[in-house]
Ligand binder design. Structure first.
Ligand code: SF4
Length: 286
């Protein structure tokens, strides 16, 4: 049995940057607060917690004073910066530059009196950060049906959460195009995500089965897993080894291991090693 890890899978640069910032500070102080999970992967969060990272909620932040808090790659709404200033909290801002640029674009369009529509997941941290640029006026849609049901007078601008699937964005865009007179669609899907889709399709097609490793909270993981599954029906989503059903992989000649932009390489390597040992494969291609 051949086992291969997809070299295009794993952390995007935004997540790498945030984790490096956290690790640097943890080396100095041994303790750091992070507003929300630093990455949508419980295993990586656990690793960083063991180094001293403490995950806090927005409610916790309101009650804190005179401390240091890391903002993760998803970015934050203006409200968070206001609270930090009022409470003398130093922010280590690891907001991804791609997200910051998107926040700016949304804010500018909102200031130009356009109705902002965001294709995204309600309650997702990045989406909250975007909605915060519009005084909570932005409308969030998650499907073509929701986009079709919109009733808006005046100019409309569509943006996408950076980790949504390109296919869905273009379907939503098409459904809105004929509906509104003054409509601007903006493809704001991160290229770290969209560029992975074609690579992932090629990777999924060349193996008998695919083990897709990602956290259950990862939007990007869900989107990329659907892409994988559409190409290779023998694709299985796991968050860790204990979810792996070996009976599904028995008798396969080649297994591919891949993941999301929030999946650590060490976790995919752990899965590869385990499969290698279990099925006694000739080699691990990594
Ligand atoms: S997926 Fe793109 S936008 Fe999101 S954190 Fe990674 S690099 Fe930044």
């Amino acid at each position: 049995m051949h086992i291969e890890i997809d070299q295009h899978s794993g952390f995007c640069f935004g997540v790498v940057y945030a984790i490096e910032m956290a690790e640097d500070r943890l080396k100095e102080t041994g303790e750091l607060y992070c507003l929300g999970d630093i990455v949508h992967n419980d295993k990586e969060v656990e690793r960083l917690q063991n180094l001293g990272l403490k995950v806090i909620s927005h409610d916790d932040l309101r009650g804190m004073k005179d401390t240091t808090v890391l903002i993760r790659a998803h970015g934050e709404p203006p409200e968070t910066y206001r609270i930090a200033m009022e409470n003398n909290i130093e922010l280590i801002d690891a907001s991804c530059p791609v997200v910051l640029k998107l926040q700016n674009r949304v804010r500018q369009a909102y200031d130009d009196d356009r109705q902002i529509v965001i294709l995204g997941k309600k309650g997702h941290a990045e989406v909250n950060g975007l909605v915060g640029q519009t005084q909570q006026d932005a409308i969030i849609v998650s499907s073509v049906e929701e986009a079709e049901a919109l009733e808006i007078d005046g100019p409309v601008s569509l943006y996408s959460q950076t980790t949504k699937s390109t296919k869905l964005l273009y379907e939503v865009q098409e459904s809105m195009n004929s509906k509104f007179e003054d409509f601007k669609a903006n493809d704001t899907i991160c290229r770290q995500v969209s560029n992975r889709e074609p690579e992932l399709k090629k990777f999924a097609a060349k193996h008998d089965a695919i083990v897709f490793v990602a956290g259950k909270k990862s939007s990007n993981g869900k989107a990329l897993y659907q892409t994988t599954k559409s190409i290779n029906a023998n694709s299985y989503f796991i968050s860790d080894l204990d979810e792996l059903d070996l009976s599904l992989l028995k008798g396969k000649n080649s297994i591919g291991i891949c993941g999301a932009t929030s999946t650590p390489m060490w976790l995919m390597e752990k899965v590869a090693e385990y499969l290698h040992k279990t099925f006694n494969s000739e080699e691990v291609l990594a």
